[in-house]
Write a protein of this length. Structure first.
Length: 256
């Protein structure tokens, strides 16, 4: 789809703002991964829209019976897990990695668990909901890559502290590991510009991050396929697929 003049103008405007900013960060969500074939949870075509939302007390149920959780996981990986396994970064992910390379983007905060930002080459990444490729001890937060972990009991226990191990992905009802959450708030406080891409930023605590930037007098640049909950708070709205808009944004920034 060719972008219309209005959208191209918004991209040029965003490039100006970003170039004039001192500390640019980015918040991404499911929308940026849709173009890599990963189904979103919410909204049209979402897994939860079709199958119903998972129970809000997933973590409590895990704590009550971690063995049952692990048995379920081993029996069949979820449809979502399989779509992650077969997906690759798209031009939107690569554009954000490029912006970091250019020293324009300082930090990237993502709500996605699909590892695609890291796969695209981004280094300064905070994964607010964890990473589906890793396992984590719920007590000391030590992480293991799934491929490197030897499952010798169900549930598995941490070799360092004896805590129960689960996937790194944050469940409903599970507190976000405080270290990563603190870092997300720190980065937002530092930002005088935040790019909000592929997310309507409706789910807290991620939803609070752009508001911190705004409150501190910073600017928000939205890249979403359509108008969203956050649109009215943003200084520039780019309504286009991030896989098309972000590479153009990089091009425009290079010209400046
Ligand atoms: Zn541990």
């Amino acid at each position: 789809m060719a972008l219309d003049d209005h959208t191209l103008k918004a991209i040029r405007e965003a490039a100006d703002i970003i170039t004039g900013s001192k500390y640019v960060t980015c918040l991404t969500g499911a929308g940026i991964s849709v173009e890599s074939g990963i189904r979103p949870f919410r909204g049209p075509g979402g897994l939860w829209t079709e199958k119903g939302e998972p129970s809000m007390d997933g973590y409590q149920r895990f704590l009550k019976d971690p063995e049952a959780y692990w048995r379920r996981r081993l029996e069949q990986d979820s449809e979502f897990g399989i779509s992650i396994l077969n997906s690759e970064p798209n031009p939107g992910h690569y554009a954000l990695a490029e912006l970091e390379n250019m020293n324009v983007l300082k930090y990237l905060i993502t709500q996605n668990i699909d590892n695609l930002h890291l796969a695209a080459g981004s280094k300064n990444v905070l994964e607010i909901h964890g990473n589906g490729q890793y396992l984590r001890c719920i007590d000391c937060s030590t992480k293991w890559h799934k491929d490197e972990f030897k499952l010798d009991s169900i549930p598995p226990y941490c070799s360092k502290c004896g805590g129960i191990i689960k996937t790194d992905t944050v469940m409903f009802g599970e507190p976000i590991p405080s270290k990563v959450l603190t870092r997300c708030f720190e980065e937002s406080e530092k930002s005088d510009c935040m790019i909000v891409a592929g997310t309507s930023a409706t789910v807290t605590p991620a939803a609070n991050l752009p508001m911190i930037v705004k409150r501190n007098g910073g600017v928000l640049v939205e890249v979403n396929i359509r108008e969203s909950h956050i649109s009215y708070s943003c200084n520039v709205n780019i309504f286009a697929p991030s896989g098309e808009a972000l590479p153009l944004l990089v091009e425009e920034i290079r010209k400046l």
